[in-house]
Design a protein around this ligand. Structure first.
Ligand code: G
Ligand code: G
Ligand code: NA
Ligand code: MN
Length: 259
């Protein structure tokens, strides 16, 4: 209850901030994109991890105004980087969207407004959605995702493999990318069967002409395995942790990142 009252105030008191985790091309280690991740700087508890407050934002409906702030903030930051960092003109920004935000009636407007306000090339904005969204409301969701596809933004299926993973979703919705859940990545070096499964998931994505992003890369063995098996991009603590803005700039200044 306490936390809920404080969450209401967090937005107006500007206690939320974004950190960014690099998405790296496995072929050459270049940073292709940055995933924005929400943090809450609580006045007495310090930085609260999202697992502790995103569910509460969703239950209270506060994820709608907070989500609008995240979209605006991430695009504003992208504009700053596009303007100030030489050689980063094709940098992408990824934003997580909760299923609740799709029920807000003006998600499409929010995205259009942000890309217009900050002149973000639409193909440089990626929206991450989870399977739970697809399960909830098929017709409305499909239409909205198609409208987003039409304006040119990219859509990624996040945490692939953790939910029901109906493979039909992959071709029924206009996805540009598949994010392989880190539970599969963590099996590298384990059983032959689990490695075969990871390899097969990557192949499914590739054969559907999706960009495949592996999440949760922590070791060189995982990086090498995924690269060998044709995965496009990687993300994980072994490459770079989610970082505040200033540190991202230092990372972008380096030519490439490897495990
Ligand atoms: O950053 P971290 O790994 O602690 O995030 C934990 C969870 O919170 C993840 O499932 C992540 O997708 C979610 N999350 C982080 N930032 C955002 C955000 O801006 N919006 C939404 N909807 N979820 C987020
Ligand atoms: O649900 P989503 O995929 O958006 O969650 C992203 C979350 O995963 C972030 O909170 C981020 O902190 C976390 N994360 C990113 N890289 C790694 C990693 O290598 N290992 C683990 N355990 N978590 C990671
Ligand atoms: Na995500
Ligand atoms: Mn994920």
């Amino acid at each position: 209850i306490q936390l809920e009252t404080e969450l209401h105030r967090a937005l107006e008191r500007e206690e939320f901030f974004l950190v960014f985790q690099p998405q790296v091309a496995l072929t050459d280690g270049c940073i292709v994109g940055l995933e924005a991740l929400l943090r809450w700087n609580h006045p007495s508890r310090g930085v609260v991890p999202p697992g502790q407050f995103i569910p509460l934002l969703e239950e209270t409906g506060l994820i709608i105004p907070a989500g609008e702030w995240i979209i605006d903030q991430a695009c504003a930051q992208a504009r700053t980087w596009l303007d100030t960092l030489p050689g980063q003109s094709s940098l992408r920004i990824a934003i997580n969207l909760s299923p609740r935000q799709f029920q807000s009636n003006n998600l499409l407007e929010q995205i259009k407004n942000a890309i217009t306000r900050y002149s973000i090339p639409p193909q440089q904005l990626e929206l991450e959605v989870t399977e739970s969204l697809l399960i909830e409301d098929f017709p409305g969701t499909h239409q909205l995702l198609s409208q987003l596809d039409t304006i040119g933004v990219r859509i990624a299926l996040d945490d692939f493999g953790t939910g029901y993973s109906a493979l039909t979703y992959l071709q029924a919705f206009p996805f540009h990318a598949m994010k392989v859940d880190r539970s599969f990545v963590s099996t590298v070096g384990g059983s032959r069967k689990s490695e075969a499964l990871l390899k097969t998931i990557v192949q499914i994505g590739k054969s559907l002409e999706l960009e495949v992003i592996a999440e949760g890369i922590e070791t060189k063995a995982q990086f090498d395995f995924l690269r060998k098996h044709d995965c496009d991009l990687g993300q994980g603590f072994g490459l770079a942790r989610p970082q505040p803005v200033g540190e991202v700039e230092a990372l972008l200044a380096k030519s490439h990142i490897r495990t």
